[in-house]
Design a protein around this ligand. Sequence first.
Ligand code: ACO
Length: 329
Amino acid sequence: MKGRKTKIISTGSYIPEMVITNADLEKMVDTSDEWISTRTGIKRRHIAKKEEAASDLAYHASIKALEKAGISARELDMIIVATITPDMLFPATACILQDKLGARRIPAFDLEAACSGFLYGISVANQFISSGTYETILVVASETLSKIIDWKDRNTCVIFADGAGAAVLRSSSDDTGGIISIYLGADGGGAELVGVPAGGSRMPASIETIKGRQHYMKMKGNELFKRAVKVMTEAVEKVLEMGNLTYKDIDFFIPHQANIRIIQAVTKRINLPMDKVYVNLHECGNMSAASIAVALDQALDEGKIKKKDKILLASFGGGLTWASMVIEW
Ligand code: ACO
């Protein structure tokens, strides 16, 4: 990597209290705990309150990350929020968060790369830090997917959930540790595989779009599944190569939490044992951009990541987008 080294100096996360179990879903749609558990690995998921928006979840996660870093929001030079469920179309959730945190009038913007949003956000922050433009950047991934899920559609409502994760990034003072390599990619040719059709400029809100349930997420899960395994495996191989590393150098893997079968397939292909992999989807479901951000914070809290460990992160999501990263802790 060119320029100054960037480190994640702290993380934080926030998971809403309200829980929906597979048994609850059995009462809502034609599904079963057995189907959801074996096909996805999900047992429970957390859902935001009616009045809670993405910036609220982001705020709680950010406060924790700032506290752990021992810095005030006024020390931040930039805020990036990765989300596909912003408070509203505009203004940006990042601007709303900037105000809530009491940060200075620093640049604040949203980044939309679906499940890859957190890694895309870190890579943008890394550019500003490694170039010497900024010192301290807050990257937050916050999702309230429960608000765009059709609770009558068993294809999606059993999978998605809410949560937020945050990271404070700074330049490495001693030039040890930090981000080793980053790989990003996208394929708009797969755009129709997952998304929310209405509410944008292609299909503005109307009585018809509401009646047609077009404001809810639609997903072709099976096709995404096949692509996710292939693309995530390639992304992992690529980022290892970029860092002159092999899978043997990796101490811990944090994949996007879409489906336990995707995680197992990718992990097997890169020859890692499952005890080197962090999984929280049984408890948290798929929180899109927030999944890796929350998992990273939880893994650190649980002592699973030690200083000097090499951490591999990889995601795949709507867009289609993908991202992978290796960080020395
Ligand atoms: N309960 C019971 N049966 C179900 C359910 C359910 N909740 N959902 C689907 N089924 C049925 C289907 O109707 C189908 O029935 P049929 O055979 O009679 O037609 C059968 O189960 C199999 O359906 P598939 O869609 O083929 O099931 P699959 O094994 O692929 O699992 C899943 C579906 C879990 C969605 C999986 O495909 C997956 O995880 N895909 C990846 C999703 C992903 O990675 N998304 C990332 C992007 S998300 C984002 O960016 C926001």
